[in-house]
Write a protein that binds this ligand. Structure first.
Ligand SMILES: Nc1ncnc2c1ncn2[C@@H]1O[C@H](COP(=O)(O)OP(=O)(O)O)[C@@H](O)[C@H]1O
Ligand SMILES: [Mg+2]
Length: 253
């Protein structure tokens, strides 16, 4: 498999706190990679550096062979890096379906989101069909016309996932997507990720506490501790690693 994302020597400090230290990370095209580690290990900081939300102090990031580490978030997103947030970020007052529709229109026109919604007339048939099939994939048909404000956290997370998927990203980055989801919703999430991977060849980076979900979804697991990758490999190998058991399992057991 060819490398889709390659990060080299990523460091980031906040004042005296070293959140990431000379970190290397890569994702192959179509691969699903899990990142686990104790709270404060640097997982979200790594996401933010890869996405362009915060600049790393050092290091380079290549996407499909091109340097992207100076590009703003929206340019990385346009190149095909989609994401969901650890804390859900949706638009107040907007319905579930409209969240997906805005994403569909942004994809269709290549123009930024909200402006599209305001300027254009009614949505096209193709966009409506894309929204309907995404609602079905997510299992959100029943709440399609409800404003997102009243949704359960589980449903809100699925809306966020759907919005990211509408752009048909080549790489989907998920930060703690199962938090707030019940068992059924978590199973659905695993099914959705499986589906988009196999139908669209989407690569996935999954930061997640729920080890069952991680095991079900990922091809390869990385363990982050104090800003360094302390283990990378198959889920079984990594979980059998003594340093991992001390650092990660020890602290959460
Ligand atoms: N914006 C910030 N300002 C100051 N410290 C931060 C900031 N973001 C993260 N940190 C610190 O960096 C470390 C890594 O945090 P984070 O990346 O959120 O870890 P994780 O997602 O693995 O729980 C922690 O010590 C955290 O307190
Ligand atoms: Mg985090």
């Amino acid at each position: 498999m060819s490398d889709l994302l390659v990060a080299r020597g990523i460091s980031k400090s906040f004042g005296g706190v070293v959140a990431l230290s000379e970190l290397d990370f890569e994702v192959a095209a179509g691969e699903a990679v899990g990142i686990v580690g104790p709270n404060g290990a640097g997982k979200t900081t790594l996401f933010n550096c890869l996405l362009g939300v915060i600049p790393p102090d050092t290091g380079t990031v290549l996407f499909d062979g091109e340097r992207i580490d100076r590009l703003p978030v929206w340019r990385r997103s346009r190149l095909g890096i989609g994401r969901t947030f650890q804390r859900v970020e949706l638009f107040h007052g907007m319905t579930v379906a409209d969240h997906l529709l805005v994403a569909a229109q942004a994809r269709a026109t290549g123009r930024p989101h909200v402006r599209d919604l305001l300027r254009r007339g009614g949505p096209g048939e193709e966009e409506m069909a894309a929204v309907a099939s995404m609602l079905a994939l997510l299992g959100l048909e029943d709440v399609a016309d409800r404003p997102v404000d009243g949704l359960s956290l589980g449903h809100a997370r699925l809306v966020e996932l759907g919005r990211a998927l509408m752009a048909a990203p080549r790489l989907l980055m998920l930060d703690e997507p199962s938090s707030g989801l019940d068992v059924r919703e978590t199973e659905r999430l695993a099914g959705i990720l499986d589906d988009v991977r196999h139908r669209q060849g989407t690569a996935v980076v999954l930061v997640e506490h729920d080890l069952e979900l991680v095991e079900e979804v990922v091809d390869r697991l990385c363990v982050l501790d104090f800003g360094k990758m302390i283990a990378v490999g198959s889920v079984d190998d990594v979980m059998a690693n003594a340093e991992v058991r001390r650092a990660y399992l020890g602290s959460s057991a």
